[in-house]
Write a protein that binds this ligand. Structure first.
Ligand SMILES: [Zn+2]
Length: 144
């Protein structure tokens, strides 16, 4: 087989199956980058919270509102990470348990770790739109 013929065969393959796979990998790696960023942010918040508690304990001026604020921010980040992980899992055809975060096979009805019924809500997370919808609230928002 000559170099040119070989190239044509490769190009044909690339245009078909490989092209589809590339999109999948781009999505997953993009979300994984987001997860890494959120994890960094989480680490930073923990550090800041630790310093705040240290300072306030040392000076005897504890600020419960500030601490509560940090806890809320940390919870928000954790929730974001959970959603992003669900997205990755659904791209990989896995079902993430909303209760314990365990990844189950896509045809599972119940979580194999905690036994909780796997909600449909977890199952349909497949693109960025559904993520935005969830953040807007639990009403059935429709994009017009
Ligand atoms: Zn579970």
């Amino acid at each position: 087989m000559g170099m040119f013929e070989e190239f044509v065969v490769k190009a044909k393959n690339a245009a078909g199956v490989v092209g589809e796979k590339a999109g999948y990998f781009v999505d997953v790696s993009k979300i994984n980058i987001n997860i890494a960023e959120e994890n960094n942010e989480l680490k930073k918040k923990y550090q800041e919270l630790g310093k705040l508690v240290y300072d306030s304990e040392k000076s005897g001026t504890s600020d419960a509102i500030k601490v509560e604020n940090y806890i809320k921010q940390i919870d928000d980040i954790n929730e974001k990470i959970c959603k992003l992980k669900s997205e990755v899992a659904s791209l990989k055809k896995k079902l993430v348990c909303c209760s314990c975060g365990n990844q189950n096979d896509s045809d599972s009805k119940y979580c194999c770790k905690c036994g909780k019924e796997l909600a449909v809500k977890c199952e349909v997370i497949s693109n960025s739109n559904s993520l935005e919808n969830q953040e807007q609230g639990d009403t059935n928002n429709k994009i017009n």
